[in-house]
Design a protein around this ligand. Structure first.
Ligand SMILES: CC(=O)N[C@H]1[C@@H](OP(=O)(O)O)O[C@H](CO)[C@@H](O)[C@@H]1O
Ligand SMILES: [Mg+2]
Length: 519
């Protein structure tokens, strides 16, 4: 580690004057042309984090569902999870340091976090398909190498694939092989095994239309299709050959506008889904015979998956606990259905997958999804071992249930929510249960709801509690919300400052969209 080299390279990756950025819910995100210094410095920081944890650390260059001109970067911790909160602070500090202070800040972090500077460091890097991503990932590599770290550049990857690689590398191969081929093999083998019994009848479940948001998901799904094509054929739209990334398409567009993406040819009752730009979110939808659009969001995905898992757990007769984790944005109907009809405990955390992921780790089987389609299922080590052992020991129907669960465990990407993995799980469940997309949708009816963004002078004047469902400040705000909400049936509303944009988000739902009905 050579302070002179760090100084020299920091000057080559200069920070624009006056720019202040914060490591937010999903790392740093802004216009791509302002990010070169941040990328270089995150390369430096990844080396320190790797030395401190004596593990491989990941760096992903992406801005997910944001416009093509934007970019972003986030670090991935040893078990494939999001960066620890104390290191988010280090990241913010380093990103905002003046050039001449970079070395000093690195040394401060090393001291505070007790980093052994003699330790070796290894960093893996992935990037999405944005025009700026290749150059920016090169800046990350500059940062890694100037501090003497080793690295492997995976090039184009979906975000969840990079999380997967990090997890594999730090689990001595127990989770899987840390290659793209290893990922395809593991998931596809589990999918084909799982669906063997299901595809004996008709072709109904054999095809799916996928809007890939003109992003990296298209490339990876196309590469992967031959591995699982005996079980499912996917027809790709918005595959990046023509349109712009995330423009009028992708999971975020479909969820927030509640309409189909441009460029998708939808016929009535066909099952369709959308990924977001880095393929860590998925939503489903269809149009009915009257041409009405129906969205099946993360809440309904969580409901389908947890009902399937619960049935299998009951069948094998083991007392493994299952819990579902949501955020305040989950539709009230989904929470009621899960708790009252399915008798599954539901927990609410703050927005952002790191909070949901953390809570889901408390269960043998922890299902977590944000309403926008980001989620996965976590199985505790003990539950996984038990299920895989029962798959060998039990007999008949119980054995079949345990084998299905064992395959489901391998099919989920437990490092992070993953559109490709979730898609295969959903397709398998629908086929095994013989459910059409309409039948799935009919599990419950969403309460009418609205989500708005409001620009204010300083969004931080709003602070919240109770998993962001109650406003603490400014005084009087919560009382005003309560006065409005009490006029309607099944109503709920909350406001919170966004963690990724300079806006306040407002959410409301009730049993009807008709205004002015007082109960
Ligand atoms: C209401 C909503 O969809 N919020 C999103 C959004 O967070 P905000 O803090 O609301 O800006 O971006 C996060 C990162 O992608 C995602 O995890 C979260 O679900
Ligand atoms: Mg994303």
């Amino acid at each position: 580690m050579d302070p002179e080299a760090v100084r020299k390279y920091s000057a080559l990756h200069a920070k624009p004057d006056g720019l202040v950025l914060q490591y937010g819910t999903a790392g740093f995100r802004t216009k791509a042309e302002r990010l070169d210094h941040v990328m270089f410095r995150m390369g430096l920081l990844a080396v320190l984090r790797s030395k401190q944890t004596k593990s491989t650390i990941g760096v992903m260059v992406t801005a997910s569902h944001n416009p093509e001109e934007d970019n972003g970067v986030k670090l991935v911790d040893p078990l494939g999870e999001m960066l620890a909160p104390s290191w988010e602070e280090h990241a913010t500090c380093l990103a905002n340091a003046e050039e001449r202070d970079v070395w000093r800040v690195l040394m401060d972090i090393s001291e505070k976090a007790a980093v052994n500077l003699q330790q070796e460091a290894f960093v893996v890097i992935g990037r999405d398909t944005r025009p700026s991503s290749e150059r920016l990932s090169q800046s990350v590599i500059d940062g890694v190498t100037v501090l003497g770290g080793q690295f492997h550049d995976y090039g184009l990857l979906t975000t969840p694939q990079l999380h997967y690689m990090v997890y594999c590398r730090n689990s001595s191969g127990r989770y899987g092989e840390a290659t793209v081929d290893g990922y395809y093999q593991k998931l596809s083998t589990a999918f084909v095994e799982l669906t063997k019994q299901a595809f004996c009848g008709g072709n109904e479940y054999r095809s799916l239309k996928v809007d890939c948001a003109n992003g990296v998901g298209a490339l990876k799904l196309r590469e992967m299709e031959p591995y699982f094509s005996q079980g499912l054929s996917v027809q790709l739209f918005n595959d990046g050959t023509k349109g712009k990334l995330n423009h009028l398409c992708g999971a975020d567009f479909v969820k927030s506008h509640q309409r189909p993406p441009q460029g998708m040819e939808m016929k009535s009752s066909e099952r369709c889904c959308s990924f977001d730009g880095d393929a860590d979110r998925i939503v489903y939808y269809y149009s009915d015979t009257d041409g009405h659009f129906h969205l099946i969001d993360g809440d309904k995905i969580a409901t389908l998956i947890s009902s399937f898992l619960k049935e299998l757990l009951v069948e094998i007769g083991e007392s493994l606990n299952i819990g579902v984790v949501q955020t305040a944005y989950a539709n009230g109907s989904s929470t009621r259905y899960l708790e009252e009809v399915m008798k599954v405990p539901v927990y609410c955390t703050k927005t952002g997958v790191k909070h949901l992921h953390h809570k889901a780790q408390e269960f043998d089987v922890g299902v977590y999804f944000e309403a926008n389609g980001h989620g996965t299922v976590l199985f505790s080590k003990a539950a996984e071992m038990k299920i895989k052992q029962l798959a060998k020991e039990l007999e008949d129907k119980k054995r079949k249930a345990a084998q299905m669960l064992a395959n489901v465990i391998d099919l989920f990407n437990q490092a992070a929510g993953d559109a490709i993995s979730d898609m295969l799980v959903i397709e398998a469940i629908l086929a095994l249960k013989g459910l059409t997309v309409q039948e799935w949708d009919a599990l419950y009816t969403d309460l009418p709801n609205r989500q708005l963004k409001v620009k204010v002078a300083d969004r931080q004047v709003i602070s919240t509690t109770d998993a962001e469902r109650q406003a603490v400040t400014p005084p009087g705000l919560q009382e005003a919300i309560n006065d409005l909400v009490k006029k309607y049936k099944l109503s709920r509303a909350f406001v919170r400052p966004s963690g990724t944009e300079d806006v306040v988000r407002v959410y409301a739902e009730a049993d009807s969209q008709v205004l002015g009905i007082c109960y």
